[in-house]
Design a protein around this ligand. Sequence first.
Ligand code: NAP
Length: 242
Amino acid sequence: MSRLVIVTGGSRGLGLAITRSLLEAGYSVSTCSRSLGDTLPGLLEVHPDRLFWQQADIGNAASTQAFIDATVQRFGAPWGLINNAGIAREGILATLPLVEVDHLIQTNLTGAIQVARGVLRHMLSRPGGGRIINISSIIGQRGYTGLAAYAATKAGLDGLTRALAREVGRRQITVNSVAPGYLDTEMSGTLSAGQRDQIVRRTPLGRLGTAADVAPAILFLLGNGGAYITGQTLTIDGGITC
Ligand code: NAP
């Protein structure tokens, strides 16, 4: 049977690209999002045995647990987790409503920790180790005006990666972050033309990234090549932070 990887937020953007590339590589994939989106129904028809989706809000503990339980019931314990689902809210911190700050933290940080915790309980019961990959961001390393709370959640994820790598290493479970730069997805749709031009000018490779630029690194970390890499943050940003 093919190895199972859980991908949160697989309905569009980076999570969808990762889901597609994992299916192409022969993995089974269980994914969740708050809505199904336009593309997953077609993929579910093509891969009825290897792809599973359930509606879940990772900011809600009960919803997250129900998704993990349904996944394990369907496929057994997972080999990998890609903690990808996330939201961005732009706004100067001094005026950003506290409810927005709470929502960001609840989704991007508490949510990701809850998913990792729930999945680990099954991963630890499965002999042979596993892989956890947290999708953080260069914003958590370098910051960006208007994204202070978002940056805090992503820096928090990198901290989670380092501590958890120590905690579960003896069980041959690796934990890493992948930190993309600016990707051309729905999430970056709020960037103005001026901001985009500035990012492109400052990026040595001269363009925004795409989800397809990131997915191969995920496959590498999930495979044999990732066996002795843990506690690291792999930055994929066209060189903008170099
Ligand atoms: P996106 O296009 O907005 O997709 C986000 C995905 O997460 C969707 O499938 C969305 O589905 C799901 N999601 C959001 N909130 C959720 C929740 N509470 N529960 C379950 N699923 C949820 O974003 P993206 O650009 O692909 O970003 C993916 C990850 O990469 C995020 O963690 C983001 O912070 C990170 N990242 C993005 C960029 C960038 O420039 N785009 C750069 C660096 C890092 P629903 O809305 O239906 O729930």
